[in-house]
Design a protein around this ligand. Structure first.
Ligand SMILES: Nc1ncnc2c1ncn2[C@@H]1O[C@H](COP(=O)(O)OP(=O)(O)O)[C@@H](O)[C@H]1O
Ligand SMILES: [Mg+2]
Length: 348
């Protein structure tokens, strides 16, 4: 079998740049070097593109852009089908059999990179343009899920900052506590949980510092459950996991330190409920046109109702992240997972 050349895109012009470095380093370490030649493409926080020839450790420590880098970019020109590298000796092109964007948040998980790869004719590992864009926009994702009969939190979208009176008028029909979130972000950046109207203006202003549009949602009672989904036509689901919070919500600190919260994999729920969650996750994955892989996040209420929160089209991908762990829960190793994801797109 001929070895395939796979680009790994990491970093990105996004508030989740650092998270991407950790995920990408883990994926690179677990790629089968017998099967794949890896081309590393780093995007700085400012949005500059480079081919990087160093190690996953340098990516993880965020020192990759200090060395072994040449300016490079993916060309939309389909005849190149890959990378253009601006070396000291001149311009060089590199044919790519596929590209694996391991970028979180805006300009990475939102369809922009996926669109570029589609133009270039390079198979993209993971969700494509449409599903990436739909899942990134929290309001659009909720509207489509609701249209498919899945419960979503009551919410309102705010497109411009208003004064305290206006903000209260726009949100008067919602019951506190509320979650105020930037429309397109991740890792809980810009999110505040508020318990009364006096906190609304500050929370909305904070969310606007991350995005040009804000969504205000009613808090859902219960706890969060996640389900890893893999595949295109035939879907596989991982074990369902559960987030146990001790007060507050799953904010950035908790997500990456797990100081007071805990992730249970498998979730401490009965098999009938777990099956309902897996079926709902598959339905949402299809409704939002996902393919390749995605992590579907929902709430499970005290009455046993499943409420949709969001789909992460490029979820955290370190070896202890939730998606790989849920797959481990059905017996799929991290190496096997990476291999399956690549093979799904980059066939013989
Ligand atoms: N409507 C809600 N009800 C209860 N908790 C919520 C709600 N929305 C968000 N949260 C909490 O905030 C966290 C982050 O929100 P989420 O919409 O998943 O944003 P992100 O894309 O940043 O992960 C969730 O994991 C959950 O703990
Ligand atoms: Mg989330």
């Amino acid at each position: 079998m001929k070895r395939k050349t796979i680009a790994i895109l990491f970093g990105g012009h996004s508030s989740e740049y650092e998270v991407s470095l950790q995920s990408a380093a883990a994926v690179i370490r677990h790629m089968d070097s017998e099967k794949y030649d890896t081309v590393l493409i780093g995007i700085t926080k400012e949005g500059s593109w480079f081919r990087f020839r160093g190690t996953p450790e340098e990516i993880e420590k965020d020192i990759w852009h200090h060395k072994d880098c040449t300016p490079a970019l993916i060309s939309p020109d389909r005849s190149i089908h890959g990378l253009i590298e601006f070396c000291k000796s001149g311009i060089q092109t590199v044919y790519l059999d596929g590209a694996f964007p391991i970028l979180h948040g805006k300009f990475g998980e939102d369809g922009t990179i996926q669109g570029l790869l589609a133009l270039a004719g390079i198979p993209c590992i993971g969700c494509g343009l449409l599903s990436s864009a739909l899942c990134m926009d929290k309001d659009t994702a909720h509207k489509l899920a609701a249209a498919a009969g899945i419960r979503v939190p009551a919410s309102v979208v705010i497109d411009k900052m208003g004064d305290a009176v206006q903000l209260q008028a726009w949100t008067f029909h919602l019951h506190y506590p509320l979650f105020v979130k930037p429309m397109n972000a991740g890792s809980s950046f810009g999110i505040t949980r508020i318990t009364d109207a006096g906190q609304l203006a500050d929370a909305v202003a904070h969310a606007f510092s991350y995005d040009t549009s804000v969504i205000v949602e009613e808090a859902i009672e219960g706890f969060e459950v996640g389900c890893a989904v893999l595949g295109k036509d035939q879907l596989i689901t991982g074990a369902v996991d559960e987030i146990e919070l001790s007060g507050g919500f799953f904010d950035f600190d908790e997500k990456y330190s797990l100081k007071t919260s805990k992730i249970h994999m498998p979730a401490r729920i009965d098999e009938v409920t777990a099956k309902r969650i897996r079926e709902t996750a598959k339905k949402l994955y299809r409704v939002l046109h996902c393919s390749g892989f995605a992590r579907v996040d929902c709430f499970l209420t005290p009455k046993g109702e499943i409420v949709f929160n969001e789909i992460n089209t490029i979820p955290g991908f370190t070896s202890h992240s939730r998606y790989p762990n849920m797959m481990k829960g059905i017996g799929m190793s991290f190496e096997e997972l990476i291999d399956r994801l690549i093979e799904m797109e980059v066939l013989e």
